[in-house]
Design a protein around this ligand. Structure first.
Ligand SMILES: *Cc1c(COP(=O)(O)O)cnc(C)c1O
Length: 362
């Protein structure tokens, strides 16, 4: 038994109700039911309905379940790009999507800014030939966000026929997106949904479905079991082509219920309150400073700071208090820390973390 609170940016702290839902899943032998049974279809439909409500998702969007955000990157390129994709790159996750497109043999273009910096829509020229435009709402490696209001400007400047993709893996459900300004949004559950990893959630509209059908018609292979047409057809029957992660789908439906009970407005408000506490602390600290200079681009959900003390040492000091923070990403491992601010983290847990970081006297 551990009481450790994980402020790591994903996997992260589990939503507080997960233990009880896990117990009920085991008691009801969710792991043994058929994925073609009515019981499974009800679990699937329940998770989708809860997500639609939580995210205030328009009806022209499908909700699909895959194994991870990495898988969604691959499927998006396979299913929606004949020749060319375009990517905004400012860190490891946005770069990875760009690389995957190249690995799948596509022509790739990017607009790249240095790690820790954000994008100014007026500086980004999107080629006329881009079929998919990849934005990253929250770059988890650097703690940089795209202001939600900027997304409409990218839609304006992107080719009309292109599909606008938004990576919200480490920010949803906080951002209040206008889904009409985009074509697809995706996330995986081990970040802000406070669940064990192993489920990617892909939201896409009818334009994506039409494009996939068009590519298929022209004889292009979309892949095999996880093509958009197959996922949508099965999804509408509350099923998946393969035997899916039934347990996590069950848990997602339950946690989303709990989030809906709490209310999205409260979740957003608490996220903003906790982010303010963390940034105020970092600004005043002598050991840390916010890594993202421009306040307009600072992430509210994955907060990155430059540190004089490596995360590994900080975590040794925090261990007696049952807390762990994230290290910097990649080459920033020792010079930055990352603090997750997800719905699973309570205001008082954040206050306790900041209190301990302050009293370490390091
Ligand atoms: C974690 C993360 C991913 C990858 O998610 P997986 O579920 O590990 O595939 C993609 N994008 C962002 C922004 C992330 O934080």
């Amino acid at each position: 038994m551990t009481n450790k609170v994980f402020f790591t940016p994903g996997p992260s702290e589990l939503y507080p109700t997960v233990l009880a839902h896990m117990q009920s899943a085991m008691e009801n032998k969710i792991g043994s039911i058929s994925h073609r049974s009515q019981q499974f279809k009800d679990i699937y439909a329940h998770a989708v309905a809860g997500l639609r409500r939580l995210l205030q998702l328009p009806d022209n969007y499908e909700v699909l379940f895959l194994s991870s955000a990495n898988e969604i990157w691959e499927r998006a390129i396979q299913n929606l790009v004949q020749e060319e994709s375009f990517h905004l790159v400012n860190g490891s996750f946005s770069k990875r999507f760009y690389e995957i497109s190249a690995e799948l043999g596509k022509k790739t273009n990017k607009f790249e800014v240095p790690f820790g910096e954000g994008f100014r829509p007026e500086e980004v020229a999107i080629p006329d030939t881009a079929e998919l435009v990849a934005l990253i709402h929250n770059e988890t490696s650097s703690g940089v966000s795209i202001p939600v209001a900027d997304i409409a400007q990218y839609r304006q400047s992107a080719p009309k026929e292109s599909l606008l993709f938004v990576d919200a893996v480490s920010s949803l459900p906080h951002p209040e997106f206008d889904y009409n300004q985009m074509d697809s949004v995706y996330f995986s559950v081990q970040k802000c949904f406070g669940l064990p990893a192993g489920l990617g959630v892909w939201l896409l509209n009818e334009r994506c479905l039409a494009k996939a059908h068009a590519l298929q018609k022209s004889g292009i292979s979309l892949g095999s079991y996880h093509t958009i047409p197959v996922l949508v057809e099965k999804g509408r029957a509350h099923q998946t082509p393969e035997t899916p992660n039934v347990l996590n789908l069950y848990l997602l439906g339950k946690v989303v219920d709990d989030m809906n009970k709490k209310g999205i407005a409260t979740i957003r408000q608490e996220t903003e309150t906790k982010a303010r506490l963390i940034y105020d602390f970092l600004e005043k600290s002598k050991n840390f400073e916010p890594a993202v200079q421009n306040t307009a681009f600072r992430s509210l959900t994955t907060i990155v700071a430059n540190t004089r003390i490596p995360a590994a040492e900080l975590n040794k000091l925090l261990a007696p208090y049952d807390m762990a923070i994230g290290s910097g990403y990649g080459s920033y491992k020792d010079t930055q820390i990352r603090i997750a601010n997800f719905p699973a983290h309570t205001v008082s847990q954040v206050e306790a973390l900041l209190y301990e970081l302050e009293s370490l006297g390091v």
